[in-house]
Design a protein around this ligand. Structure first.
Ligand code: AHR
Length: 348
């Protein structure tokens, strides 16, 4: 009897030991498997503050960034600042609280970013500046991706200098600028002046802020062209500002230029026989169409497709890599002298 009991005890012990061994091996195997399996890559989160949707160009710029984020499997936390710096500051602060991996923003103006950049730096979140530049210490952000505004201004002016090479002068220029205190206006204005100042016959007789808006371009046109409608209902093609004949309209973006053309149409002034040189920046499809139809003379491209380049930079900074201080996008110039049949659809 005692022997039988001992046998049962030994048997139970054996069963228990085997079960324990199986269980431990299972746990060990699973732990090991966890260690060996490649960790699933965490999706990067990009906080992106856009300034708004003041132009068709801007809408394409936002689209390009969303498309590229999807293609690169990057999640975007998006904020539309509705043209207000205070909204951008709030958005960037909320990205910091959310602990996004990278922050990108289009600064509506150049100044006033130091504190929020310091906060992002303290939180260890790299920041990329997009489209417009800022006045801040370079150590406060990882880098800039966007257009070369100074070169855009130079290109507009080079076209003009060449166009007027046989004109005696003076050549009176009416400038329509965009958002005040934005780097893009400063850059385009300085590039333009750098070139025209080489010949004293070029004179900027007035600069008017059109806020990059089509509605403002229309208003500025209405202001200038009101006196072009004569008492007998006919129109005159020569336009004046403060009794000075305007020879050139240099507009800092297509929206304002197209608004100006809307005004011309409303005043029954045919831009073709108009005699005033019109130069624009952006190269939206509608302004390229206007160029092809002889309503504009020159359109300097500002490329809104920043998305793919931005996402490459986002991936690099997220890995802790250093990126170039400045990355410029490719841009060209379209003029009345081009072979229009070679133009591809602009896509915006
Ligand atoms: O900062 C780029 C400028 O902003 C574009 O020329 C203009 O169309 C936009 O609104």
């Amino acid at each position: 009897m005692k022997g039988k009991i001992n046998k049962i005890k030994i048997l139970s012990l054996a069963v228990f030991s085997v079960t324990a061994i199986i269980l431990l091996s299972f746990i060990f195997y699973n732990n090991n498997k966890k260690k060996q399996a490649p960790a699933a890559e965490k999706k990067l989160i990009l906080g992106f503050s856009q300034i708004g949707s003041e132009s068709v160009w801007r809408t394409r710029n936002t689209q390009s960034i969303f498309e590229a984020a999807a293609e690169n499997d990057i999640q975007i936390l998006f904020d539309d600042a509705q043209q207000k710096q205070e909204n951008q500051l709030k958005a960037i602060r909320s990205f910091i609280v959310y602990q996004v991996d990278v922050i990108a923003f289009v600064p509506i103006v150049e100044d006033g970013w130091d504190n929020v950049l310091q906060e992002a730096k303290d939180a260890g979140i790299p920041v990329i500046v997009v489209d417009r530049k800022i006045k801040a210490n370079q150590s406060m952000y990882a880098g800039f991706i966007g257009e070369n505004g100074v070169e855009e201004g130079r290109r507009a002016a080079r076209y003009l200098v060449n166009k007027c090479r046989n004109t005696e002068g003076p050549v009176n220029i009416f400038e329509i600028t965009g958002t005040e205190n934005s780097s893009i206006v400063d850059d385009r204005a300085s590039g333009f002046r750098e070139i025209i100042n080489t010949d004293s016959k070029f004179r900027i007789i007035h600069s008017e802020n059109g806020d990059f808006l089509r509605s403002r371009g229309r208003e500025i046109g209405d202001m200038l062209l009101a006196s072009n409608v004569l008492e007998n209902g006919n129109t005159t093609n020569t336009i004046y500002y403060n009794k000075q004949k305007i020879d050139v309209i240099f507009s800092h973006n297509d929206s304002m230029t197209l608004g100006f053309l809307d005004s011309m149409e409303a005043h029954k002034i045919n831009p073709k026989g108009y005699g005033t040189i019109i130069i624009s920046i952006d190269a939206e499809q509608e302004s390229i169409d206007a160029l092809v139809n002889g309503k504009l003379n020159c359109v300097v491209e500002c490329n809104p497709n920043h998305g793919q380049m931005l996402m490459q930079l986002v991936k690099q900074v997220a890995k802790g890599e250093t990126i170039p201080r400045i990355t410029y996008n490719f841009e060209t110039v379209f003029t009345e002298d081009d072979n229009f049949s070679k133009y591809d659809p602009r896509g915006y």
